[in-house]
Design a protein around this ligand. Structure first.
Ligand SMILES: Nc1nc2c(ncn2[C@@H]2O[C@@H]3COP(=O)(O)O[C@H]4[C@@H](O)[C@H](n5cnc6c(=O)[nH]c(N)nc65)O[C@@H]4COP(=O)(O)O[C@H]3[C@H]2O)c(=O)[nH]1
Length: 705
């Protein structure tokens, strides 16, 4: 027979409480049990009062008579269950009937045995002791679980239990609160990706779950996905729980909010990398950004400019207005410097009144002049400090990568040296580290100033070159080409100044002037009876991307009452391919105006056929580089043939550019090219000459027909 305590030491005797009014019956029972081998201590009681006292002690089993003169077995059962739900309670009675016995079992008695027939008693004792032990274990475990649940619900960390598939079994209150879920919402239909951002959910399902299953635990830093769309950084642990066979049955995870720590770290990081007074990157951060700019420039063979700036006469501000005013000035200068640079450029405070600018990704070194321009523009207005207007100028030293060095320290040192040279030349000066750049830089800046002057003093003129219909020799259009009538240098070619206009954004007003001028001329032609001749003008990249182009075209058409179809805008292939999606949108709106669009310099770029199909175009101009050699180069001839056939398939008119010989003209005619333009048909000429030429042509046609 098993005993309730399974220890290796001598088993402790059982403690049995007997509720029995007849002592002899009790002794008989004791005798019976002892002879059955049961080792136990016992006590007998027969009143409710004694029972209440005795139940304060702990008992392994209770035997009770059913009916006694001063106590009732049912009452004894009731009191017992109030004290202890698990202790086995067995009725031993001669009087209990079937019905009462069933009632007694319902109220919590484990069994009943007739006094006259005790044979069932010992096996019943054995069974009930073991059942009671199990009940107690179960109840203890249940109690433990309840306590754990209370703890899990009270913890400020997210705790979740998950299937290996990532489906949620349990999510505690803190988890719901952190994520922003309704506290009573059932989360069991949730998956990992409902609690974590997509990439983190994948990381957990992959790396974290695998490691937890293999090694028991994984920890790392992740983020929770919040209901409001935000993310909360957490430090997370994933544990795998195995079944008896050693397979992962489920996983649990604990995630702790570390946003405060992250904020603190970010603040420390910011303070370590930024200048306290101006909020600009400090030298350390500058070196960091410089490294990335250098890597990029090395990969893409681009240039970097390092500008070392020193505020002129800063000491005077400090001396006259005090240090606090000096600090305000530095803050404002920093703000303006930052505002005038591209987001990829870096401006850092070097200390005192010195700043460094690193402008990367320059296609050529001269692009640094754009930065100088922007600086000049940004400081044209005075800085206001304590209601005082202060005009800020800088001494600027410039070093260029790779021209002046290929390492960070060298370039910084060289820009510093150049700055001292600028300073010794007086205020508001800039110097390149390399002297050849100084000359070139000065020349370019001078030329820009001259171009500005040229616009204001009407030194630009348009020349016009005819476009001829290859099938009948008639003039169907002219292209307006800009010239600069320089008082000393004479007629300057657009190739020499268009890039400068583009760099300095002067191209916007100049482009607008070209458009107006062309539309004005067209009106004079119409008034003299030359209608039906189209006018094309070139549109540069800066103009094309200027949000106001459409308005300007619309206004020019309206004010000169120009028929929309008579105007053609020529846009180079490369401009369109810079951002084909945006280009399509712009082209669509130009098209909606009714104005024609021609793709210029076709063949020199890298048009994708797919885009060519999508762009709303009217004409395609084959670049003169291909036309030049069509007679001598088989490959150029093939390119031209293919371009014509492709354009025709797309419903476009084709113009052959740079036609200089009769052979080229004939070749294009045979290939069914629509129009030709080139010296063979007429060079670009001034307005007056063109009008006379048109009149002459008209006369010739009249006579011949
Ligand atoms: N060798 C040779 N050349 C020929 C022949 N026929 C025409 N040309 C030249 O080829 C250029 C054609 O203009 P483009 O491709 O639009 O190329 C233009 C255009 O990209 C740009 N440009 C001219 N005017 C403007 C303008 O008003 N605005 C803008 N944004 N760019 C313009 O400057 C470029 C050069 O203009 P131009 O010097 O006027 O040079 C013109 C023209 O004089 C020929 O048979 N042989």
């Amino acid at each position: 027979m098993s005993k309730p305590q399974d220890s290796l030491a001598t088993p402790k005797p059982l403690r049995i409480l007997m509720i029995e009014d007849v002592e002899d019956d009790t002794l008989l029972l004791v005798d019976y049990l002892q002879s059955g081998g049961l080792v136990f201590d016992w006590e007998r009681i027969d009143t409710e009062r004694d029972m209440i006292v005795k139940l304060k002690e702990s008992w392994d089993i209770i035997f009770s008579d059913f009916s006694m003169p001063s106590f009732s077995g049912m009452r004894a059962l009731e009191i017992t269950r109030q004290h202890d739900p698990d202790v086995p309670f067995i009725f031993i009675s001669g009087t209990i009937g079937e019905e009462m016995a069933v009632e007694a079992m319902k109220r919590g008695a484990q069994d009943y045995v007739m006094k006259e027939n005790l044979v069932r008693l010992l096996p019943a004792v054995d069974r009930e002791l073991s059942d009671a032990q199990q009940r107690r274990r179960h109840r203890d475990a249940e109690k433990g679980r309840t306590q754990l649940a209370v703890i899990l619900e009270a913890t400020p960390d997210l705790v979740a239990i998950l299937e290996p598939s990532g489906q949620l079994r349990y999510l505690n209150g803190a988890g719901r609160r952190l994520i922003g879920l309704n506290p009573v919402e059932d989360a069991s239909h949730y998956f990992l990706r409902d609690l974590f951002p997509e990439n983190i959910a994948e990381r957990l399902l992959g790396e974290a779950f695998t490691m937890a299953c293999e090694q028991g635990v994984w920890h790392g830093e992740t983020a929770l996905r919040l209901v409001d769309g935000g993310e909360l950084p957490v430090s997370q642990v994933v544990l795998a729980h195995r079944d008896a066979a050693g397979d992962t049955e489920y996983l649990s995870t604990i995630a702790r909010d570390i946003s405060e720590r992250k904020r603190f770290e970010a603040k420390l990081q910011y303070e370590a990398t930024h200048d306290r007074l101006t909020g600009l990157p400090n030298r350390f951060f500058l070196v960091d950004r410089f490294k990335s700019a250098l890597e990029y420039a090395r990969r893409n063979q681009s240039h970097i400019a390092v500008l070392f700036l020193d505020i002129d006469n800063f000491k005077r501000v400090n001396d006259n207005l005090g240090h606090a005013a000096g600090d305000i000035l530095l803050g404002q200068v920093a703000h303006r410097l930052q505002g005038c640079l591209r987001s990829n450029d870096t401006v850092a405070r070097h200390g005192g009144d010195e700043f460094t600018i690193v402008a990367g990704d320059l296609s050529d070194p001269e692009k640094v002049l754009i930065v100088l321009h922007k600086l000049n523009e940004a400081f044209e207005r005075p800085v206001i400090v304590h209601s005082q207007e202060i005009y800020v100028t800088f001494s600027v030293g410039i070093a260029l990568y790779p021209h002046d060095g290929d390492g960070i320290e060298t370039l910084l040192r060289h820009s510093d040296i150049a700055m001292y040279r600028a300073k010794s030349a007086g205020s508001n000066q800039y110097r390149f580290y390399a002297s050849d750049m100084n000359i070139r830089g000065h020349e370019l800046l001078k030329m820009e100033a001259d171009l500005r002057y040229a616009l204001e003093h009407e030194q630009f003129i348009l020349h016009y070159q005819p476009q001829v219909d290859l099938s009948n020799g008639r003039i169907v259009g002219v292209e307006g080409l800009i010239r600069w009538q320089h008082p000393v240098r004479g007629l300057v070619s657009p190739a020499d100044f268009i890039p400068l206009l583009e760099n300095s954004s002067l191209i916007i007003p100049v482009g607008e002037w070209v458009l107006r001028e062309a539309c004005r001329l067209h009106r004079t032609w119409r008034e003299s009876g030359f209608d039906g001749v189209r006018l094309s003008v070139n549109v540069s990249a800066v103009q094309f991307n200027d949000g106001e182009l459409l308005d300007k075209v619309r206004r020019a058409l309206q004010e000169e009452e120009m028929p929309q179809q008579a105007l053609e805008l020529e846009i180079t292939e490369n401009i369109l391919m810079q951002d084909p999606v945006k280009a399509t949108e712009i082209l669509q709106s130009i098209h909606a105006l009714g104005v024609r669009v021609a793709i210029d310099d076709f063949g020199t770029g890298y048009s994708s056929l797919a885009y060519l199909k999508r762009f709303p175009l009217d004409a395609l101009k084959i670049d003169q580089a291909f036309v030049r050699d069509i007679i001598n180069s088989a490959s150029d001839a093939v390119i031209v043939e293919a371009s014509i056939s492709l354009a025709h398939k797309l419903g476009l008119e084709v113009v052959g550019e740079g036609v200089e010989t009769v052979e080229q003209f004939e070749f294009l005619r045979l290939q069914k090219c629509n129009l030709a333009q080139g010296y063979h048909l007429g060079r670009p000429i001034p307005e007056l000459q063109l009008s006379q030429w048109l009149a002459k042509k008209r006369q010739q046609h009249r006579t011949s027909s």
